[in-house]
Design a protein around this ligand. Structure first.
Ligand code: ACM
Length: 536
């Protein structure tokens, strides 16, 4: 018996004790000692381009536990950031972190990795004892695309809230912010050549068509892109077309493709050369603001307004001239032309999965698979060799409710679909956590063309920051593990334990959240009495 105990204690340092890092690192081994932050001296680094990261770490340590670095000019730094060349190039975002009684060393061959090491370090701080446990971490992301989308057309939140969301993304090692800036209920991006897009198209939102115009100026956009860049987050604008164009068409009706009942001026007019010129100018200005060199062109749900095209002689004439059999052929023609514009600017075309039918160039296109009820669309995208980001409504739409008792937000009908193994009507934190492994067919899951995972937050039912936080938290923590942590490293029990600690952090930080362990803690935030259940 004694021998067994001795063996257990010998092996003990090899077992990983739970540390509250979200997302779960690839490997973490904890030892007995600890570093006392109250003894912390300066933060050192071996490359002057890391000065900003050292300053960031210093300010974040203070925010986390109110400890000020004691001897900022000390010659023996307690924290060291080392940019290092390895024999083989490591995946972007990977890092090593070692903490012991003497301090903390973070190493990586890329700056992203050092930044993520810093995020892990901040989560390792025990805020009560102001210590960090002795630990060895080796970590690398599962996916290179770890995304979050915010719709600011339906409701607008503004710079300070979006900066807060970007900080949350950074905490969770998310790296792509997809900004849905244009849609039927408001155009939110200043375009200098076409000022009415924002002064007129920016008026109104989903619940108040007369709300004062709200939008981002180009200076605002630059500020936000820079803020995100310092957190290793790419910002990707979405200029939705040819559908979801009502707000733009309110500003410049000469480019409208007409109306059908319920969907006034929903599309752009695909028959006019002027429309292509107008949209190309918009794309050019947009492209110059977003250094990530990716433009999301939308391409979703065009069917809602496309029948209007058949009532416009100019449009039907173009169809006849080109021998198009249906408005859908014309839709594809339109989308290819706009895709060409993006490519000519040296950027990638991003699009919702409807555009898989369009035959865009596979090496320059990233498809966002959102229709979980159409797994064949994912299969088609993969078979055509497109890179794909997975963001199916179930479970990746955070505007869906997360508890059976919630009344505001979307639900799905639970029709069974062959080829996708998540049924149900709403999106729990566990559903998000278990994505994608439990739900996709094996051969889809192992495709090298799946570059990542993203959650989308549409804001038809979201008018306040409090409701935004309630829908986001804690599902964003589960998104972190779905995007970063390998399936073999995930464990729902461990995650739930970490989530309880994370919820304490939300509370301390003043964020509103849903508590799946104690749903009564925070009542559901209902911004608008639900008019009708939005199913699709
Ligand atoms: C979408 O939800 N219409 C992409």
């Amino acid at each position: 018996m004694k021998k067994i105990f001795a063996l257990f204690f010998m092996l003990c340092p090899l077992f990983s004790m739970a540390q509250n890092i979200i997302p779960q690192p690839s490997s973490i081994v904890t030892n007995k000692g600890e570093f006392d932050l109250k003894e912390a001296t300066q933060i050192g680094y071996n490359d002057k381009s890391l000065a900003w990261l050292a300053k960031y770490l210093e300010s974040q340590i203070y925010l986390t536990c109110k400890v000020k670095i004691k001897h900022p000019n000390g010659v023996h730094p307690s924290f060291y950031l080392r940019l290092k060349k390895y024999a083989n190039r490591e995946p972007k975002g990977s890092y090593k972190l070692s903490a012991n009684a003497g301090g903390v060393l973070i190493e990586s061959d890329n700056k992203e990795g050092l930044f993520y090491g810093v995020q892990s370090l901040l989560q390792l701080i025990n805020i009560h004892t102001k210590t960090i446990s002795e630990v060895e971490i080796n970590d690398a992301p599962r996916y290179q695309w770890r995304g979050f989308m915010l719709d600011e057309s339906r409701h607008f939140f503004g710079k300070e809230k979006v900066k807060q969301l970007i900080d949350l993304m950074a905490r969770y090692k998310l790296n792509k912010f997809h900004w849905h800036l244009t849609d039927s209920h408001g155009w939110r991006l200043q375009i200098k050549k076409y000022p009415k897009l924002t002064t007129i198209g920016g008026i109104g939102n989903f619940t108040d068509s007369a709300a004062t115009a709200q939008y981002y100026t180009q200076a605002d956009i630059r500020e936000m892109v820079d803020y995100a860049k310092r957190r290793f987050i790419d910002v990707i604008p979405e200029i939705d077309m040819p559908g979801h164009a009502t707000a733009a068409n309110k500003a410049y009706p000469q480019f409208s493709g007409g109306s059908v009942a319920g969907y006034p001026n929903f599309t752009f007019d695909p028959s006019k050369e002027e429309t292509y010129k107008y949209l190309s100018t918009i794309i050019k200005e947009t492209n110059s603001l977003f250094p990530a060199k990716m433009i999301h062109l939308g391409g979703d749900e065009v069917f809602l307004g496309i029948q209007a095209w058949l009532n416009k002689p100019d449009i039907t004439a173009v169809m006849t001239k080109n021998n198009f059999k249906s408005p859908t052929d014309l839709e594809h023609y339109f989308f290819r032309r706009m895709g060409d514009t993006v490519i000519k600017l040296g950027s990638k075309i991003l699009c919702w999965d409807e555009a898989v039918e369009t035959n865009l160039p596979a090496d320059k296109t990233i498809v966002f698979w959102w229709r979980q009820n159409k797994p064949q669309s994912l299969k088609l995208a993969l078979s055509k060799n497109y890179q794909v980001v997975l963001c199916p409504r179930l479970p990746m739409y955070f505007d869906f409710v997360q508890d059976s008792t919630h009344t505001s937000g979307r639900k799905w009908d639970s029709t069974t679909v062959a080829g996708y193994h998540l049924q149900g009507t709403y999106n729990t934190v566990q559903d998000v956590y278990n994505f994608p492994d439990k739900y996709l067919d094996g051969q889809d899951l192992t495709s090298k063309n799946i570059i990542g995972v993203q959650a989308n937050l549409w804001t038809e039912t979201v008018g306040t920051e409090k409701r935004l936080d309630y829908l986001l938290l804690p599902r964003m923590a589960a998104l972190a593990e779905a995007t970063w942590s390998a399936e073999s490293n995930k464990n729902e029990g461990t995650f739930n334990d970490k989530l309880k600690a994370e919820i304490e952090w939300y509370k301390k930080t003043g964020l509103y959240y849903y508590n799946p362990f104690n749903p009564a803690e925070h009542p559901e935030v209902v911004d608008f009495a639900p008019k009708k259940q939005i199913k699709d």
